[in-house]
Design a protein around this ligand. Structure first.
Ligand SMILES: [Zn+2]
Length: 419
């Protein structure tokens, strides 16, 4: 009735090999034996009888085996604490289409040192952790993780879906504390990173339109959202002929805040020390929304109002500018903005005059807000993610690695399919 002890032992051994064979989804190959050492499990794989092998390039079945190569080893995922290592002598097949090629070995690329399953697991973790942290977790070195991520990105860029793009946002991110810049392009509709360029110059960004998008895909672009001070507008006008330029709301407000700050500093320089006490610490008072002020802060603000200081004029200008975003009808929004620009010009505040000059030369792209209601705020989270990527990794001294990490974390690229 009950199986003998010997029978049970044999059955268990068969099971481990079968288990691994099934896990690796081997069809034309089989596991011949499994050896356990102190630091790993060695899995020996061989060809299964005369089953047909596939070409590594076109994946067609091939009748003829050309030769048998030297034994190679791939690291696989761990079984509990023990890493699996696969050993196999890859065949070269005679493919009717490609000629003599290395066979398609299931579960691993012939040139790689790790299986697809392990490299995918590493790649997934590298989206969350730094490359150093990922390497530590899998007992690899930093370079191997870098290689795996870069391969994954390469694969992902080649195999990702490319639906038509309608709204894009272009922005710059700094690398190394404002010394070097990268350009990032987002699909605002799907909230996904489309492209990263090494620098923010015209030459560096042009490939986005000529290579990444191409003529046909550029024609579907409807809105391009960007910063007024960037050099991108010229390229957009050149390549995305159907697109409406839209200057990003958050960037405009940022420039407005800079104008207030500059006005405050100007005033500070003119004040005598007794007056400085009153003005000190008003920076946040002026930038805050009025409904968020405490009664003490309101009191200080009203003191400033009585003075009719330049600061107060700046504060009123800021508040009334913000009304622009609420208008639904384009002509009303335009009327408001033109009026505002007039009063800003009469404010005797130099930084505001400069700001008006900037608005004037970008007017169309600012008024476009009323109809499009788009901003790069939709992808603000992704910009923060890029910042955190650059903070957590001190290994990104090269732009190449940083760009790969950005694609890897923000572009939702597909990973290679595991056999
Ligand atoms: Zn082939």
């Amino acid at each position: 009735m009950f199986p003998t002890k010997k029978y049970e032992r044999i059955r268990t051994e068969v099971l481990i090999e079968t288990f691994i064979r099934k896990q690796l989804r081997l069809k034309a190959h089989t596991v011949t034996r499994v050896e356990e050492t102190d630091e790993c499990m060695l899995v020996y794989i061989d060809r299964l009888g005369g089953r047909l092998l596939r070409c590594g390039v076109c994946h067609r079945r091939c009748r003829e085996v050309h030769d048998v190569r030297e034994e190679r080893e791939w690291r696989d995922l761990s079984m509990r604490k023990l890493p699996l290592k696969l050993r196999y002598r890859p065949r070269r097949v005679e493919c009717p289409r490609c000629g003599v090629r290395v066979e398609d070995f299931p579960g691993a690329e012939p040139w790689a040192r790790v299986t697809t399953a392990l490299s995918n697991a590493v790649a997934v973790l590298a989206r969350e952790l730094s490359w150093q942290g990922t390497a530590r977790e899998y007992g690899l070195n930093w370079k191997s993780v870098a290689t795996i991520v870069k391969r994954a990105v390469q694969y992902g860029l080649k195999h990702r879906r490319r639906p038509p793009v309608h709204w894009i946002g272009m922005d710059e991110v700094s690398r190394r504390k404002g010394q070097v810049y990268l350009t990032v392009v987002y699909d605002l509709e799907r909230r996904v990173l489309l492209w990263v360029g090494d620098d923010r110059t015209e030459e560096a960004v042009r490939p986005f339109f000529t290579q990444e998008m191409g003529k046909r895909r550029c024609q579907t672009l409807r809105v391009v959202c960007l910063d007024m001070w960037a050099t991108y507008a010229k390229l957009v006008r050149e390549y995305a002929v159907n697109a409406q330029l839209l200057f990003d709301r958050f960037h405009i407000v940022k420039h407005l805040h800079e104008a207030i700050d500059a006005a405050r500093r100007e005033l500070w320089r003119q004040l005598v020390s007794r007056e400085k006490v009153e003005v000190k610490g008003t920076r946040w008072l002026l930038l805050k929304n009025p409904w968020n002020l405490t009664s003490d802060q309101k009191e200080r603000l009203s003191t400033l109002v009585r003075w009719n200081s330049p600061l107060v004029r700046a504060w009123y200008l800021k508040e009334s500018f913000q009304l622009f975003w609420g208008y639904k009808q384009p002509w009303r929004a335009k009327q408001h903005l033109l009026k505002w620009m007039n009063s800003a010009m009469r404010s005797r505040l130099e930084p505001f005059k400069k700001f008006v000059g900037m608005l004037r030369s970008h007017l169309d792209g600012i008024l476009a807000w009323t109809q499009t209601r788009l901003s790069n705020g939709a992808v603000e989270g992704m910009n923060n993610k890029i910042k955190s990527i650059s903070h957590r990794s001190f290994g990104f001294r090269s732009a190449e690695n940083f760009i790969a990490a950005i694609y890897h974390c923000c572009a939702r690229l597909p990973l290679p399919v595991e056999a």
